[in-house]
Design a protein around this ligand. Structure first.
Ligand code: GYE
Length: 316
């Protein structure tokens, strides 16, 4: 069969069109993620969720571990801008100091999604949206549970998260407001363990040295610090969960297990598995759709009534 020159041209055109189309379909989304670091089991679960879901969707994820330093995260965002990524995800270590770099991303027309921790800014147009948990609600849930469980009485020591971070600020404030309803529930000391297990252990050792037997309750801003505090309490010859009650936040598997074992009395959940939600949101933004400015995850609470039953289904 002989093809006329016109037909040959038509075939070539179709082939070029098909090639252009398929290269567009093959074009992987390039996303930069500036993570805070690897301070806790919660953080590891969050990084894993972001990486696994990117892999599943064929997204080219540029992952940066900020190693607990804001300047590293700022540097990472700048390098994502230089690499012309399609979107930037930022889990901000602390609440303030982001405006300049966010302005640079905005100027480069790269959408920024803030995840996990909120920021303080006078210009909310510097990020498209926030996805994470409501830390204020978590602190309030912890205080309410404690008020009921203790009959509104006890001397509390508080293990704070990273200074200046949204979860430390909000969990501290909401808890203080929540226990204010119970005049005999008092915070006698409060210090940062930086969301780390070793930090929780060290600060608890110092608290025990300073306050002796005058501690009834530990309020830890995360499970890792609570688990560290358990080590210090046991080393001092006391029984965690009995001699000293413990309330914490995150509900990592080890935390819920400690509740089932009676060593922690209550954990408030903070779900880190929002990789799928983040990428759904980015895909919607890039398709020109409107997304909610703030989307909060739904969190539960575990105590001795439901911890053991929940354990087999815990995913992190
Ligand atoms: O509770 C803690 C982590 O920002 C919600 O950071 C997160 C907190 C989480 O280190 O374990």
């Amino acid at each position: 069969m002989k093809y006329s020159p016109v037909f040959k041209c038509f075939v070539a055109g179709v082939a070029i069109c098909a090639a252009v189309l398929s290269s567009a379909a093959d074009k992987k989304l390039k996303i930069g993620f500036a993570q805070t670091g690897a301070e806790s089991a919660w953080r590891t679960a969050n990084s894993d969720s972001m990486k696994a879901e990117a892999e599943k969707r064929g997204i080219d994820l540029k992952f940066s571990d900020g190693q607990g330093k804001q300047e590293n995260q700022i540097r990472a965002v700048r390098s994502f801008i230089t690499q012309r990524v399609d979107a930037i995800v930022l889990a901000p270590l602390v609440e303030t100091g982001w405006d300049n770099v966010l302005r640079e991303a905005k100027r480069a027309k790269i959408p920024v999604i803030i995840t996990d921790r909120t920021i303080q800014t006078t210009d909310e147009s510097l990020f498209v949206c926030f996805i994470g948990s409501d830390f204020f609600e978590e602190g309030r849930m912890a205080a309410d549970w404690l008020g009921k469980a203790t009959g509104g009485k006890g001397r509390i020591v508080e293990l704070q998260g990273t200074p200046g971070s949204a979860p430390a600020n909000d969990r501290r404030k909401a808890f203080a407001e929540g226990i204010a309803k119970f005049p005999e529930l008092k915070i006698i000391d409060s210090q940062s363990g930086d969301f780390r297990r070793a930090g929780g252990k060290e600060v608890m050792e110092a608290f025990l040295k300073k306050h002796g037997k005058n501690i009834d309750i530990v309020y830890a801003h995360n499970d890792d610090m609570a688990l560290g505090a358990i080590q210090a309490i046991e080393a001092a010859g006391l029984k965690p969960g009995t001699d000293i009650k413990i309330v914490s936040i995150d509900a990592i598997k080890e935390g819920v297990q400690a509740v089932a074992d009676g060593k922690i009395n209550c954990v408030v959940e903070c779900n880190p598995l929002f990789g799928p939600k983040v990428y759904d949101t980015i895909e919607a933004i890039l398709a020109g759709k409107e997304v909610p400015k703030k989307a909060f995850n739904k969190d539960e609470l575990f105590d001795k009534t439901n911890a053991a039953a929940a354990l087999p289904k815990r995913q992190y």
